[in-house]
Design a protein around this ligand. Structure first.
Ligand SMILES: [Zn+2]
Length: 268
């Protein structure tokens, strides 16, 4: 880098973690709009957000991430109906993730790509939890962005990303089979393999496999716990996409040391 790359310059600053936190809160606010509107097939750009209770338009001042929720006491300014705690939680989570990526990956294009990635995973996790769908409008552009981001220098590299995206298909079959056997349910829809392909495109094939492994183990354990504590038929109460999303976010932060450790085991 000789300074001619303006994006690198813009993020190459001691303030980068603070900028990343602010960016994360703002994008988290937009993620809330996506989580609410994408399953309803509404535009995420317009119209302006409205109170779902009284329909009053929410002004920009009442839409500041985290702060507005605190100032308004978690209630609509007009009708005083409660605002879901999910909104500030998504904003705070996304802000914390961006701050963590800025610290771990520094001022880099990789950090920016992974910011887009974790926000996509957060949105997919929560939409799948509520609606049991994983919208193509997130997963398909996600695969493309992940593959494009792999072209810059450094891991995972384009070959690993391409194998990861294609391997998402195969991992899909493995997990579908495990789900069917251990839980007696068809736990996977078409959205799951596109989401797994997106994870492979961003993280490379080895960390994609790690993500799928963690998600299926966590999904099985939580499924068994739900049966043990609440009974029931073993029917999945939490969809796999939610586990894939949470596991993908975890692997984004710890995947490198874990896969290095695993490679060390293999090579004695
Ligand atoms: Zn209202």
């Amino acid at each position: 880098m000789n300074g001619s790359f303006s994006l690198q310059e813009a993020i190459d600053s001691p303030l980068w973690p603070a900028v990343a936190l602010a960016l994360g809160l703002i994008v988290g606010s937009f993620a809330n709009v996506c989580i609410h509107r994408l399953p309803l097939r509404q535009s995420v750009v317009k119209p302006r957000s409205r109170c779902p209770h009284c329909g009053a338009a929410i002004s920009a001042w009442d839409n500041v991430p985290l702060l507005s929720y605190v100032v308004l006491g978690g209630r609509c300014r007009h009708c005083r109906a409660g605002i879901s705690i999910r909104y500030p939680l998504v904003e705070a989570t996304n802000g914390a993730l961006y701050l963590g990526l800025a610290v771990q990956y520094g001022a880099s294009v990789r950090a920016l790509a992974l910011m887009a990635f974790v926000t996509a995973l957060l949105i997919l996790s929560l939409i799948d939890l509520e609606h049991r769908i994983l919208p193509n409008v997130i997963t398909l552009p996600g695969i493309a962005v992940g593959l494009a981001a792999s072209l810059r220098p450094g891991p995972p590299g384009p070959l690993s990303a391409a194998i990861g995206a294609a391997g998402g298909y195969l991992a899909f079959w493995a997990v579908a089979e495990a789900y069917r056997r251990t839980r007696g349910v068809e736990g996977l829809g078409q959205g799951d393999w596109k989401m797994t392909a997106m994870i492979g495109a961003f993280l490379g094939w080895d960390q994609m496999l790690l993500t799928v492994f963690i998600a299926s183990v966590a999904g099985t354990l939580v499924g068994l716990a739900l049966i043990a504590f609440w009974g029931g038929s073993g029917k999945s109460k939490i969809p796999l996409g939610t586990f894939l999303g949470l596991a993908g976010i975890a692997v984004t932060f710890v995947g490198e040391p874990v896969t290095a450790w695993y490679r060390g085991l293999l090579h004695g």
